[in-house]
Structures are given as C-alpha cells and as structure tokens.
Write a protein that binds this ligand. Structure first.
Ligand code: PRP
Ligand code: GLN
Ligand code: MG
Length: 507
C-alpha cells in the first residue's frame, strides 16, 4: 500500500498535495514525490524519506501549477531506489505522469510485451513503470485529440492487459487528470470536490481523510474497474471500464492499513475496527466464560479502537499500559527485519503499574511476522504481569500478499503452517485468541451491508484475480524475502528524469 493523490484546482496545488501526502504518510514511509504541471511542463520532486524531509520550501516554490499528483511509497516491487520512487513520467504520447498504489501480478509478462511488441523501454524494476507504459501505449492508439471516451477506451484495454491490484492517478499533458481502479477494487481510491470562486476543485486520493483535510466534500469511491477523468476546466467524467467488475476490496485495509477516520467503500474504518473488537470479545466469552483477565491493554497505535470496544464488551478495565514514542513511524512497513525489531523497543515502553501482579490481555490488530508481539509480551512480563494473554483482531496471517502489501514470503509469517496454539507458544503468551475470518467479514458488513465479499488472501490463501499459483509464490518469495532485498539494496544507479534535487537549486 502506498498513498496517492491528484489535485486539479483553480489555484496552485503544491501545498494541497503536500498536506494530503502528510495525512497519507501511514501508507508509505520510504519515499515521497510530487509532480505538478504548469504551462506545458512537468515539474518533479521525489526522493527517499518522509514527506516533511523530501519537500523543502525551495522545492515547493518550484512545484508550480494548478494540476499535480503525489505519492508516498512503501515498496512492494523492484527496489527501494530513489529512481523507483513515484510519480513516474513518459514523454509519449502527449506526456504522462502517473502514481500507483498496488501491485501488478503479471508485471514480468507485460514488461516482455512492452519490449517486444509495443516497442517501449522500461528502465527500472518497478511494476508502476510498467503500468504507466501500458496506459501510455493504449492511450497512444487514440489519436491527436483526446475526449473522455478515448481515455475510457484506453483504460478498458489497460484492464484487459493488467492483472493484480492497482489504483492509479495520472496527469495527461494538456488534457487533465485521470484515475482508475482495478476491476476487483482491491486498493482504495476516492474523489471529492471543493467549490472555488470560479468553478470547482477536484481531488482524488487513496483515503477520504485526505479530502477532509483539504476541505473537499467526499463524492464517492471509484467503483471497481471505474475511471474518472477531470478535464482542465474541472468537469468530472466517469465510466466503468471493466468487462466484469466485482468489488473485492482488501480487508487488511480495515484491519491495519487505513486510518480509522477514513471511509472506504462506504464503511467507516473506525466503525469496522469497533465491530472487530466486539466480535473478538464474543470469542473470548464463548471460549472462556470464566476468564480471569484483570485488564485489557492495547498495543498502540492501530489496535486502540478495537481494544477499547473489546474491553467494554468484556466488562473489563481498559488501560493504556504502553506509551508510544510519537516520533517513530509504523514498524510493520519498515523495509528490513533488523530495523523493524529495533524499532518496536524504541517505539513502545511499558508503564509498570498497569502490569504488576495482573493478568493482562494484550490486544493487537494483527500478528504478521510476530516482531511486535514477541517483544511486547516479554516487556509485559518484565513489568511484573502475572499472566499475559494475547488477542489479535485479525485471523492468523498465513499467506503472502501479492496486491500491494509487502508480505512476499510465507516463511516469514509466524502463523504460516502453524496452529493458533503453536503461535501462542512461540510468542510466549499464556493464551492466544484470534478473530474468526467470518467474524472479520461480518464486522465490515455490519458497517456497510453492501460489502459482499473481500480480498482476504493473507488469511485464506484465496487470490481473487485467479492468476496466482504455487510457482508464482515461490518466485516471489525467492526474490523478495528480507535477505534477497538486503542483497539487492545497493543497485541504485538508474537513469532518472530531471528531478529537483538540491544541486539544481544553487543556480
Ligand atoms: O507481527 P508484526 O510483524 O510485528 O506486525 C504486526 C504489527 O505491526 C503493526 O504495527 P505498526 O507499528 O506498523 O503500526 P501502528 O503504530 O499503526 O500500530 C500492526 O499494528 C501490529 O502491531
Ligand atoms: N505499496 C504499493 O502500493 C507499491 C506500489 C508499487 N508496486 C511500488 O513498489 O512502488
Ligand atoms: Mg501496531
């Protein structure tokens, strides 16, 4: 999951995109970028780092124009090279810039097609560069003057060629802004409008929270397979461009990825997390009616919403027993295991009096590699807890993700090939409770009953795009496990387009 934003306004967009990226920072901490368009030229600033570190006043001053797109990156393909940070640009046809959230599952095959039949060059190992080139190639078939229908035709062909999860936003030089969502709607994308003095401003973003902050009214999510085209006057055109669209949005957005104050596909994430807490509470009461839990303690940040609701449902006291260092980011989306491990201790510290001589139930939103819970349970014991129970608001994560979450290796998932009890033993818990998968789905449906089905692949191994087999997963695991990523980390010397780095700014 990365964060994407696009903004077409009646005034300069640089600050609006910056502000949106800061509230989407939880979706990607590795790199940030912005491309604006002004008087027929694209202006770019992108680099590795957090939004606040990538854009300085001098960069912002040069990112001129009333149209722009932005990106925060959490790599799931290619390397973490700066040249693979986004947005990407191609000069033909028209001049197009694109930012992408998700992951293509047929990127290798598309790359070969681009080389051999489309006569286009791909210079990085990023699947987003592939997506941009497929879109560019299909758009190039439409001719000199583009109408909304031409863009929708091109997106229709993109959907036929690309597989996987993708939400993308693009600028087409001289024509406007386009966004599209894959035919399963795996990754989220919303759009909204704001009235300006002389017309309307339009924002497209991964999550509605970006619209809130910019003063935009949420219009709606893009439907699966749908594209939106905003012309230079700010008129919005939409069309579903997929043959068989089916909403199968990623349920892990509700578990962990999204901010609780976002509304995804009509469901408040805060609400779905509360329901997860209630259901988890029910599970404890059913399995262990005479439990001896003294206190429920969340593992900040994401589990707070479910943990509070769970405690109330159980009728047990809720206490904030761990203090979070507000200057450390999310540990799960950090690039290497060594960094993730170290950061848990830097990030969380126990308040001893909440643990001393108590039977504590620690609640987290999910257990993925087990990095967090192992250390936290030990911290709870060191702080004097008598018994340490552990509850996860999500079911066991047993299968890799191929749609834009960096969980490529089954062997790195603590629950892969293990029973719930075995995980409990391994992390050192006295007892473990996991959410049931049907309860997780119901938790989301209770907030929006129209959400029929989801991509739950990390929990059930069922990949909604139908193109994932063991051979694909084996190649993915071999190329993207933590060790493989460490070894390829030095290969960064890629050609990049002109970027506003610090050297440019001396003149
Ligand atoms: O089992 P693991 O591999 O440790 O992954 C799961 C943990 O990682 C995430 O926290 P993170 O620190 O990323 O973010 P948060 O502050 O939003 O909870 C998630 O909320 C869990 O706590
Ligand atoms: N997490 C994402 O959405 C990543 C987008 C793209 N696959 C990349 O690696 O840059
Ligand atoms: Mg967490």
């Amino acid at each position: 999951m990365c964060g994407i934003v696009g903004l077409l306004a009646k005034q300069a967009v640089n600050q609006g995109i910056y502000d949106a990226l800061t509230v989407l920072q939880h979706r990607g901490q590795d790199a940030a970028g912005m491309m604006t368009w002004s008087e027929g030229r694209f202006l770019l600033r992108k680099s590795n780092g957090l939004v606040r570190d990538v854009f300085h006043t001098r960069h912002m001053a040069r990112l001129k124009g009333n149209l722009g797109i932005g990106h925060v990156r959490y790599p799931t393909a290619g390397s973490s090279s700066e040249a693979e940070s986004q947005p990407f640009y191609v000069n033909s046809p028209y001049g197009i810039a694109l930012a992408h959230n998700g992951n293509l599952t047929n990127s290798e095959q598309l790359k070969q097609e681009l080389f051999s039949t489309d006569l286009r060059h791909i210079n990085t190992s990023s699947d987003s560069e592939v997506l941009l080139n497929v879109f560019a190639h299909e758009l190039g078939k439409q001719g000199l003057h583009l109408e909304a229908e031409d863009i929708f035709d091109a997106v229709r062909r993109v959907h036929r060629r690309c597989q996987g999860g993708y939400a993308a936003v693009a600028i087409i030089n001289g024509f406007g802004m386009v966004a599209f969502r894959d035919p399963h709607g795996i990754r989220p994308v919303v759009f909204g409008t704001r009235q300006a003095e002389n017309g309307q401003d339009v924002m497209i973003a991964s999550e509605s929270v970006a619209l809130d902050v910019g003063g935009f009214e949420l219009e709606r999510d893009l439907s699966p397979g749908e594209a939106v085209f905003v012309d230079m006057q700010g008129n919005v055109h939409t069309q579903v461009c997929a043959d068989r669209p089916q909403l199968r949005s990623c349920i892990f957005e509700h578990v962990y990825l999204a901010r609780p104050d976002s509304i995804l596909d009509g469901a408040y994430v805060y609400g779905t997390r509360m329901q997860m807490g209630r259901k988890l509470g029910d599970r404890v009461l059913n399995e262990w009616p005479d439990h001896d839990i003294d206190v429920v303690i969340p593992i900040p940040d994401t589990s707070r919403t479910s943990a509070l609701e769970m405690a109330q449902h159980l009728g047990v006291t809720y206490r904030e027993g761990f203090m979070k260092n507000r200057y450390i980011g999310r540990t799960f989306i950090m690039p290497g295991q060594t960094q993730r491990k170290k950061s848990v201790r830097q990030k969380l510290n126990a308040i001893d009096i909440e643990f001393k001589d108590k039977n504590v139930l620690l609640v987290d939103d999910s257990i993925v590699r087990g990095t967090t819970c192992k250390q936290i349970i030990q911290m709870a014991r060191d702080a004097g807890a008598r018994k340490v129970y552990f509850a996860s608001a999500a079911p066991p994560v047993r299968y890799p993700n191929v749609y834009g979450i960096d969980m490529p290796a089954a062997s790195e998932l603590i629950a892969h090939g293990r029973t719930e009890e075995e995980v409990g033993e391994l992390i050192g818990a006295d007892r473990i409770f996991y959410q049931d998968i049907e309860d997780l789905k119901d938790a989301c449906r209770e907030v929006n009953p129209e959400l029929e089905a989801f991509d739950c692949s990390v929990f059930d191994g069922n990949y909604v795009t139908g193109d994932i087999d063991d051979a694909y997963l084996a190649v993915l695991e071999a190329s993207r496990n933590d060790l493989a990523k460490d070894q390829s980390a030095g290969d960064h010397a890629l050609v990049d387009m002109h970027n506003q780095d610090d050297d440019d700014l001396d003149d």
